[in-house]
Every structure is written in structure tokens, then in C-alpha cells.
Design a protein. Structure first.
Lengths: 442, 253
């Protein structure tokens, strides 16, 4: 069986790539003919498997963890964007193994969608897991945020070595308590990444949203359901400060300042998450800290996550907005001044069909400069939203191709920024690829 | 503490009077953009030439006096558990307001708790405050998606439902509308929401009021008439609401 399944899977992969698509199909084939393929291949890795999950920032964080570990000389296998489910992992593995099914890597760092991660960890127990956050994201898929938190809880419970948790997200931090109930044998150790008190107000969580009181005056997080003040555990890595082009991280009792290519406070907070997971993986072995910090500073954003393209000699930034917290953080991290702005809102399945989330975002920060163009299937929902926040806007054009042309023609000589939902970002990238260099995402 | 969230806006013309809106439990019962309903009321009160005053009521607060409109949203099951004792303590006051004709909008979770009870699928029954003659039973089936319904009172109503509790109406209420797309109160009866006096109850998020300004204006008009004897409307620009409705109506379930 073994001798046939891998070559056959690789062949299917080659054929389906020639057809131009079907990234998961070869995974399906190998799953059918050799159900043990993925477990067996991943089990052979000396440092095992690390899973990155949560509702926001998985892609950029996974990319950072990979680059951090590579800076320490580890060979890392990772899954590509868009294949963050079990079959996708199997398909990615097929691309990397040799014809005898051997994977030349020390560790696998896998970005897994929270619902699919549950299936994955039932098949392959990860040695490490990094759980980022539980924000209101595509709720029509998962139902409720508390349910999403339970999915992450399950991932943590299956982790054998170390679980890295976001100390600032009450639903994620609470997962530590659920681990205490497990038998000592299966009890993974817990470490946290955290934020300096001064930065907490820039990370409103969904429970603090629109309460009027906001985060409590001291910036102390409040337990979501009860309003009780909770004492914070010590964190392995703390993001202390975010500057215009640099940031301070504290670990091992020292604060390190590094230049950052990443933009956006929430991206840089995820850098703290990545650093903590990388430190867990490296464990007690030798760590070249200067190289680690240098790698952190050099991580470029994943596609559409504050990525900057060049159009007419001016930067055009794409900011992916998937949910209210992401949109609010995006508006806060990328101030409007001096930029021409376009907003693209689709409601396809991958975006989430419910438009309610737009009403959980405050758009006052756009009031002074206004918004040049609104586009996407739900451009008029966005227009209505801005009307109620008294934000002036120019053209409303649901057709993305036409809107993008209007936007570029109308803002020559100005830096541009586009806030876009997932599928509208894909459409915008396709259009931009005709006029500028856009990274190809497969 | 009850707090004012927005300063009183500057007025170009003298105000026709103050209208006080109280948002119930925004801390626990504000999911899927139900805050948008409070924002729409606040802005439209202003656009009609009145002065909005938006107050929040959370667990343990003193209940505001001289309430003109009450609005409340949906929440997680955990949020419903947190507010239930406080809501019971306010039941008499809220019931009296509803019986007297105070305009109210309750969405999803608070719609359920304004009814007689919510029997959850996992066992416990959360008592409601019985303003609405409805009862809700938790199920394993989640009703999710775009909804369009016909209402004689408000015309077509558009929104988005996401609930696993199924609500059945008793003789003391009327449905808000008849569903033409989506499920509504439950998977059998073909109607959505409930009406009692000037209480409008619905499962619809979206938020509900932005794309259904007729309901917002009903709440504002009723509040003004109760307080000032008459309502003198302004002329809010509803072109974008109309266009957003047209585009939303074409979207799949």
C-alpha cells in the first residue's frame, strides 16, 4: 500500500495542478487509498507538529513561526494558504515528500481553521498548539463564539507538550483552567503571550465592545461573563510598545527593541505569539536570540494582511477585514490621513453572509478624510453604515472592476488603501495583477 | 452606573423635544450588530428634529426614569444566564411600560426572554418576563440565513436570522410578518417575530433598523406622540436604505 499511495497521490497532484486548481483533491485521493499517510508522515518528524488556530491572524502568525524557526536552522514543513484543513494538509504533504513518502523536515507548523483543527487533532496529536483569539468571525458558520472557544479547548486538550495561549483574550486564557482537569500524564504545560497594560485599550475584545464603559479604567481585563477583575498570569513574551517602525518585546526578563516590517498593532501582537511558540519549540536547546529577533523584524505581512503594492508609483495597501474586531483594529492601525480610501464588502460564503458586523465597527476615524469609493456586492450596506456614522463618501459601485478603475483614476499621486473582505480581496488582487506586480497565491 | 454614551448634538434648529432611548444590557445582549439599532434610533431622532438621549442599562444599574423607547438585542446563551435575575427584578416595571404603550424593540435573545420562558436544549428552563405571549424551545437545529417577510404594518422587512431556539406564538400576540425567504420564529409556522401593543419583537439581525427605517420611525413616532401628543417628522434621506434593501433582497438565503 505504502509503495503505491505516495507516487499515485503525487501523480494526481501533478495532474490536478496542470488542470490549474483542485489543491485539496490529491489529498482526498491519498486519504482514500492510504488513510494512515498523514499521521505516519507527520509522526516521523523529530520536533513533531505545532498547530496554529484562532479566528484572526493565523496566516501571518504561522508565517512568522516558520521564519523564526528557520532562523534557528530548523527545516519546517507548513501548509499553504487556503489549505488549512485536514485534506489540505495531506495535499501539501504530498507536494513535499519524496517518492518514497519521506518528509525532509524537523517540524510541521500547521495553520488550521478552528473547526477543521478539531478533526485534525483527533487524527494527529500536536506536540504544540498556539491559540490566538476568539473574535466574532463568520458566525453563520460556527453559530456562537462560545462554541468556537470550545473548539480551541479541544485542540488544547489534545496537545501533548505545550499550549501557548493569548493572555488578553478571556475566552482563550480560560482554556488553561480546562486543562487542569486532564490526567497528569496528558497535561500539557501552558505559556502565555501578553500585552503591556498601555496597549490593552487598543485591543477591545468583543465583550467590551459597545458597553460604553469599555475596558476598565486601569486597563485590567474583565472576565467576560461575570465582570470580575481577573489576576493575570505571567507571560512568556509580552509586547511592551509599538512604534511607527519598531516594537519592544519582553522575554527572559529583558526588553528587546527591533525594527518591524509588519504594520498594524494586531499583527505585531501576533509576532509576540509567534515568538512564544518558537521559544516553546526550541525548548531548552541552544537559541540564537539575535538571529531570532532579526527574523522577527524581517517578517513581511502575509497576503492581504497590510500588504503594500505599487500602483502609479504610489503605495496601495490591502487590509483584509473579516470581522468587527479586525476592521476596528485595521482602522486604528492604518490611520486615514493622507490616504485615498476604498472599502470593498462582499457577502459570499467565505466572507460570511450576515452584514450585521458592519454595525459593530465605528467609522468616525474616516469622517475627516472621507471614503472615495465603496464597492462589492454589499456596497450599499456599507454606504448606509457610513451614512449613520456621518462619514462622507464618493462613488458607490458594486462592480469591483469598475470601482477599482474609478478609485485609481480618481486618486492619482496619492497613497491608497483598500479595506476588503476575503472574496473581494481576491477579486481586487486579480484586477491589480493586470497593472502591477501581485504575489501569486496558489 | 447608567451613563450617557453620546453628547447631545449641536442643533441648527430648535429641538422639537428630547426622546430618551434605553438600551437593555448592551454588555451581554449585543451580538451581531444589534448596537446598530440603538445608533439608528439615535440618528433618526436627530434627523426628525428631536434631541436623542441614549442611555444604557446593565445588570445592577438604577433603572432610568422617563423612558421613551426601549431597545434590546441578542446574546449568547451565557449572556442570557447572566442577565436573567436582573431582568426578573425589572419585570414588573417593563411589563407596566409595555402595557401602557411604550415603544420597544427586542431582538433574538431578549425577544425570547420577553416571552414566557426559554427551555434550553440542554435542560434548564430560563424563565421569561411574560410581556409577550410566546414560548421558546431550544433545538439542535440552527436557523441561519437571510430573511424577507411581508408585514401589513411595515411593508417588506429584511434581515438575517441566527438562532436555535424556536418560538411559538400564543393568542396574546400577532406575528410581525409572514416569511417569504428564511424560517422565522420556528421551522413550521412561516411567520416571524411578534407584536404586542407597541412592542416589536424579532429574530432579525442585520442590524434590523438600518434597512427597515419604517420600524425605526414607528418607534420614534409612537414615543413622540406619547410624550408630546404629536409627531412632526423630519425628512431623513433613505435613498441608501432603499438601495441596500434592493441589493440585499437579491442575495441567497
Amino acid at each position: 500500500m505504502l509503495s503505491f499511495s505516495v507516487p499515485l497521490g503525487k501523480l494526481v497532484r501533478t495532474l490536478s495542478r496542470l488542470r490549474g486548481g483542485g489543491s485539496a483533491f490529491p489529498g482526498l485521493v491519498v486519504e482514500k487509498i492510504d488513510p494512515g499517510f498523514m499521521q505516519r508522515t507527520l509522526a516521523s518528524l523529530p520536533h513533531g507538529v505545532a498547530v496554529v488556530s484562532g479566528t484572526n491572524g493565523k496566516t501571518t502568525t504561522t508565517k512568522m513561526v516558520v521564519e523564526l524557526l528557520e532562523s534557528q536552522g530548523l527545516k519546517v514543513f507548513t501548509n499553504r494558504t487556503g489549505s488549512n484543513f485536514t485534506r489540505g494538509v495531506a495535499a501539501s504533504l504530498l507536494g513535499e515528500v519524496d517518492w518514497r513518502g519521506r518528509l525532509d523536515a524537523d517540524i510541521a507548523i500547521l495553520e488550521l481553521d478552528e473547526a477543521h483543527a478539531v478533526h485534525f487533532v483527533n487524527k494527529v496529536q500536536p506536540r504544540f498548539s498556539l491559540l490566538l483569539n476568539v473574535l466574532r468571525d463568520q458566525l453563520d458558520r460556527f453559530g456562537e463564539i462560545d462554541k468556537t472557544a470550545r473548539l480551541l479547548e479541544h485542540i488544547a486538550s489534545k496537545t501533548t507538550d505545550t499550549v501557548v495561549l493569548n493572555r488578553e483574550d478571556p475566552r482563550v486564557a480560560r482554556i488553561a483552567d480546562t486543562l487542569n482537569g486532564l490526567d497528569a500524564v496528558h497535561h500539557p504545560s501552558v505559556r502565555y503571550f501578553g500585552l503591556d497594560e498601555s496597549l490593552r485599550s487598543t485591543f477591545p475584545n468583543d465583550d467590551e465592545m459597545r458597553t460604553g464603559s469599555g475596558p476598565s479604567p486601569s486597563g485590567t481585563p474583565v472576565a467576560a461573563a461575570t465582570g470580575d477583575i481577573v489576576a493575570l498570569p505571567a507571560a512568556d513574551v509580552v509586547l511592551r510598545r509599538v512604534g511607527a517602525q519598531d516594537a519592544d518585546f519582553e522575554f527572559d526578563g529583558k526588553t528587546v527593541t527591533t525594527a518591524m516590517k509588519l504594520r498594524g498593532v494586531y499583527n505585531i501582537f501576533n509576532a509576540a505569539a509567534a515568538l512564544s511558540l518558537a521559544r516553546a519549540v526550541l525548548g531548552t536547546g541552544p537559541v540564537d536570540t539575535p538571529k531570532l529577533v532579526k527574523a522577527l523584524g524581517e517578517v513581511a505581512p502575509a497576503f492581504g494582511r497590510g500588504e503594500s503594492l505599487t500602483v502609479d508609483g504610489q503605495p496601495l495597501e490591502l487590509v483584509l477585514v473579516k470581522n468587527p474586531s479586525g476592521f476596528r483594529l485595521g482602522l486604528k492601525s492604518f490611520p486615514a490621513g493622507g490616504y485615498a480610501t476604498m472599502i470593498a464588502i462582499n457577502d459570499n460564503y467565505a466572507d460570511g453572509r450576515d452584514m450585521s458586523w458592519l454595525w459593530d465597527v465605528e467609522f468616525e476615524s474616516l469622517r475627516e478624510d472621507g471614503v472615495e469609493v465603496l464597492t462589492g456586492v454589499r456596497a450599499y450596506d456599507m454606504a448606509l453604515r457610513l451614512q449613520y456614522d456621518e462619514v462622507p463618501f464618493g462613488v458607490v459601485e458594486p462592480d469591483i472592476t469598475a470601482a477599482l478603475r474609478t478609485f485609481i483614476d480618481g486618486s492619482r499621486g496619492k497613497p491608497k488603501r483598500v479595506f476588503c473582505t476575503y472574496t473581494s480581496m481576491l477579486a481586487i488582487r486579480r484586477e491589480l495583477a493586470k497593472i502591477t506586480i501581485v504575489e501569486v497565491v496558489s | 452606573m447608567t451613563s450617557e454614551t453620546q453628547p447631545t448634538p449641536r442643533e441648527a434648529h430648535p429641538s422639537k423635544g428630547t426622546i430618551r432611548v434605553v438600551q437593555l444590557y448592551p454588555r451581554e445582549m449585543n451580538i451581531y450588530g444589534d448596537w446598530g439599532n440603538a445608533l439608528v434610533l439615535q440618528q433618526r431622532i436627530k434627523w426628525h428634529g428631536y434631541t436623542p438621549e441614549l442611555l444604557e442599562y446593565n445588570v445592577g444599574d438604577d433603572f432610568p426614569e422617563d423612558v421613551d423607547i426601549i431597545v434590546g438585542g441578542g446574546g449568547q446563551d451565557s449572556g442570557q444566564l447572566v442577565i436573567q435575575d436582573d431582568l426578573q427584578a425589572r419585570a414588573e416595571q417593563l411589563r407596566q411600560l409595555a402595557d401602557e404603550g411604550a415603544p420597544m424593540l427586542v431582538i433574538c435573545g431578549l425577544y425570547q426572554l420577553f416571552g414566557k420562558f426559554f427551555k434550553t436544549s440542554t435542560g434548564p428552563t430560563i424563565p421569561g418576563i411574560g410581556i409577550l405571549d410566546v414560548e421558546t424551545h431550544g433545538t439542535d437545529e440552527r436557523l441561519i440565513g437571510n430573511v424577507i417577510m411581508k408585514s401589513a404594518e411595515f411593508g417588506d422587512i429584511l434581515g438575517y436570522e441566527n438562532h436555535s431556539g424556536q418560538t411559538t406564538l400564543g393568542p396574546g400576540v400577532e406575528p410581525l410578518g409572514t416569511v417569504t425567504k428564511g424560517a422565522g420564529n420556528n421551522s413550521k409556522d412561516g411567520h416571524e417575530g411578534a407584536r404586542y401593543n407597541n412592542v416589536v419583537a424579532s429574530y432579525l439581525h442585520g442590524s434590523l433598523l438600518p434597512k427597515n427605517p419604517a420600524i425605526a420611525d414607528f418607534l420614534i413616532r409612537t414615543a413622540a406622540e406619547r410624550k408630546y401628543g404629536t409627531f412632526v417628522p423630519g425628512a431623513p434621506d433613505d435613498d441608501y436604505a432603499r438601495l441596500a434593501r434592493e441589493h440585499a433582497a437579491r442575495r441567497p438565503r
